[in-house]
Design a protein around this ligand. Structure first.
Ligand SMILES: *Cc1c(COP(=O)(O)O)cnc(C)c1O
Length: 488
């Protein structure tokens, strides 16, 4: 059958014979071309700008159309995607994309996603995908060891930190007996994903308590104790406290040990948001910094951040995997055959999703290919570059650190320290500098607000970023800063 198809295909440049199949030679040509486009992109990336984008009116004009009734040659479609759609975006993997939480993925990670799609894996149940399920157990067990969780801990891959915190809140609420008047606690530095997750599980907005931080942007323990006590007295039921293990603005690490003490004493679930910071734990230094994390009830971490994987590669680990299964397992007649063999997990019983992509494979293929020593070095490099950036900022007369570097994040601003410049003028100057970087420099940098101060922020966790990338971006900021300070 395939042979006869091949002959028909080779006579027509257009794939379509009315079916959705493709002939093997054409499949290979397309896959080769796709791989070539990606490798060329990786090679040319450092020479290009980190950002591209366009206004919606413009893109709508170019792209909005009714779905075509007739197909077009597949190569043309592929080229169009590669030239007209995919590059119109922030190149998060560009060595000078220092904004938000940008990282680049490993090539084995990219291929793993391709392979998992090609094998058409649905990582939902053991019956449907036992090999992939076992591998997800293996990789989750690696994460367990890196975190320092005990045996009996477990979890699953999720889309990312957002889904991880949502699943964690459900487990927390069910473990607390599904109280009516639930409340949750986190610092005002916590990621908005937690506010959204709390909303989704039905915590009323005024019961999502955002608490103040100390001068280093770590949760103020007294504020936490006060809020929990007040709320209990008012008849609320605290179900979860979220700790930052790498707050997204500053990299700040909340007092994890003290929070664990408090939550244990109070019988409240502790969720640690280690979405970007968690993989620092593969290094000795990171493990030390994150000490106490292993006492949490749950931990969310994103391998699409500091573990160099393509999106999506989040994970949720819980200290007692039963808390997830009790919260999520639902018997369903149509799935009765998936109770198969003994004692196997079904990942669909551990979280929100039934149909799931096989996310663990990318981590596994990457680690198998490069080995942990290379990963440890790549993670360390992010911390080292951030420290070098801090040293650079501290010795510059016109730059000012706004908080010490933590886990790869540098928050600073242009500030010559002259008495004449007030906060408002400083913000104006730094906004101008940010705009100049955006329009006139290869790098892409973003900003944040720290206790009302406008901060330029680098998150340096891309394994392809070099000191030259960081230094030249700092030099550009200094240059644009001087120009903004001395307009002529
Ligand atoms: C990225 C991030 C999140 C959200 O995770 P997603 O993977 O985007 O869903 C939450 N917390 C922190 C600290 C993050 O860096």
């Amino acid at each position: 059958m395939e042979n006869s198809k091949e002959t028909t295909e080779s006579e027509t440049p257009n794939t379509s014979d009315g079916s959705l199949r493709m002939a093997p030679p054409e499949m290979l040509d397309l896959a080769r071309r796709a791989a070539e486009l990606l490798v060329q992109r990786i090679e040319s990336l450092p020479g290009e700008g980190a950002w591209d984008g366009d206004f919606q009116q413009e893109l709508e004009k170019q792209l909005m159309e009714a779905p075509p009734e007739e197909g077009r040659p597949a190569m043309e479609v592929l080229e169009r995607a590669a030239h007209d759609i995919l590059p119109i975006s922030l190149r998060l993997d560009h060595p000078r994309s220092l904004a938000f939480v940008s990282c680049s993925s490993t090539w084995p990670g990219v291929l793993a996603d391709f392979m998992a799609s090609g094998f058409h894996i649905n990582q939902c149940t053991w019956l449907v995908a036992s090999g992939p399920s076992q591998l997800e157990l293996v990789v989750i067990d690696w994460f367990r060891r890196w975190i320092g969780y005990p045996e009996g801990a477990g979890g699953l891959f999720t889309s990312g930190g957002s889904a991880a915190s949502l699943d964690a809140f459900v487990a927390a609420r069910e473990t607390a007996g599904h109280p009516d008047r639930a409340s949750v606690y986190m610092s005002d530095q916590s990621h908005s994903a937690h506010i959204r997750a709390a909303r989704i599980i039905g915590v009323r907005p005024e019961r999502i308590r955002l608490l103040p931080c100390d001068e280093r942007f770590r949760l103020d323990m007294e504020a936490l104790e006060r809020a929990v006590n007040e709320d209990r007295a008012a008849g609320l039921h605290p179900i979860a406290v979220c700790a930052n293990a790498g707050a997204v603005s500053t990299g700040a690490i909340d007092p994890l040990g003290e929070m664990a003490d408090f939550c244990e004493a109070q019988g409240v679930w502790l969720h640690v948001d280690a979405a970007y910071g968690g993989f620092a734990a593969v290094t000795e230094r990171g493990k030390e910094l994150l000490r106490g994390m292993e006492r949490a009830d749950s931990i969310g971490m994103d391998a699409h951040k500091w573990f160099f994987q393509p999106y999506e590669a989040g994970a949720l680990l819980v200290k007692d995997v039963g808390t997830l299964e009790r919260a999520f397992a639902v018997r369903h007649d149509i799935l009765q055959d998936t109770i198969w063999g003994a004692n196997h997990p079904n990942f669909s019983d551990r979280g929100l999703q039934l149909s799931r992509s096989f996310r663990a494979l990318k981590v596994w293929m990457s680690v198998q290919t490069f080995g942990m020593a290379a990963f440890r070095q790549a993670v360390s490099k992010g911390m080292e570059l951030a420290e070098r950036a801090e040293a650079y900022v501290r010795q510059s007369p016109i730059l000012e650190m706004l908080t010490p570097v933590s886990l790869g994040i540098v928050c600073f601003r242009v500030n010559p320290g002259d008495a004449g410049i007030d906060e408002k003028a400083l913000e104006e100057i730094n906004r101008t500098v940010l705009a100049r970087i955006f329009w006139d420099d290869k790098a892409f940098v973003s900003s944040t607000l720290l206790k009302g101060k406008f901060a330029l922020r680098f998150c340096i966790i891309n394994h392809n970023t070099t000191w030259d990338d960081v230094r030249e971006t700092l030099e550009a900021i200094k240059r644009f800063g001087s120009e903004a300070l001395n307009p002529d």
